[in-house]
Design a protein around this ligand. Structure first.
Ligand code: 5GP
Ligand code: MG
Length: 175
């Protein structure tokens, strides 16, 4: 059975989200960015970020699947199971994602969005697992960089469990 260890508390997350929101607000002054959240993991982060931004924003979601049930490794095959429902041509698009791991998922999303000719395209990630990166990924806004582990909570699941946790925790299977 897994054990969970708190990595970032609710309070630390709240402060980090406000910090990122400040950077984004500064960079998008006078603009009306379109936040594109990647379902499902990013929905809690997206909701908090959107409210911390204090900017007029639009939102969209796409959904991909690459992880099989119960797995902690990507299957490598990425499928888009929900596409954009509105055109993004000429818009300032900001992709909002929970985790950057190998980077394949985000690369796939960025390529998909780029083909739709937004006026700008940036990337915001809450947890960056740099050590796992396999492809080059330009991340414009990063919450936390971590050195190891598999995280859950704050919308992020392990086989659909633990999304409800207010903290971000590390799953520890050794004990
Ligand atoms: P990538 O394509 O970058 O390898 O995978 C990114 C996706 O894998 C993330 O959006 C997330 O859904 C999932 N993932 C990667 N690392 C973790 C992790 O530590 N915990 C959880 N719950 N999901 C992860
Ligand atoms: Mg995800």
């Amino acid at each position: 059975m897994e054990q969970l260890k708190v990595l970032f508390t609710e309070d630390e997350i709240r402060r980090k989200v406000v910090e990122i929101a400040h950077e984004i607000r500064r960079d998008y002054q006078g603009k009306r960015p379109l936040l594109v959240g990647i379902l499902k993991g990013s929905f809690v982060f997206m909701a908090d970020l959107m409210r911390a931004l204090r900017l007029h924003v639009e939102i969209e979601f796409v959904q991909l699947s690459s992880y099989g049930r119960g797995r902690k490794e990507s299957t490598g095959k990425i499928r888009m199971v929900r596409r954009l429902t509105t055109p993004i041509r000429g818009k300032d698009v900001l992709v909002v994602e929970d985790i950057a791991d190998s980077g394949h998922t985000l690369k796939f999303v960025l390529d998909y969005l780029e083909r739709k000719k937004p006026s700008s395209l940036k990337l915001c990630v809450l947890v960056d697992k740099v050590f796992r990166r396999e492809v080059d990924l330009p991340i414009d806004y990063v919450g936390f960089r971590i050195e190891k582990g598999f995280v859950v909570g704050y919308g992020i699941d392990y086989d659909e469990r633990f999304r409800y946790l207010k903290d971000i925790c590390i799953v520890d299977e050794e004990s």
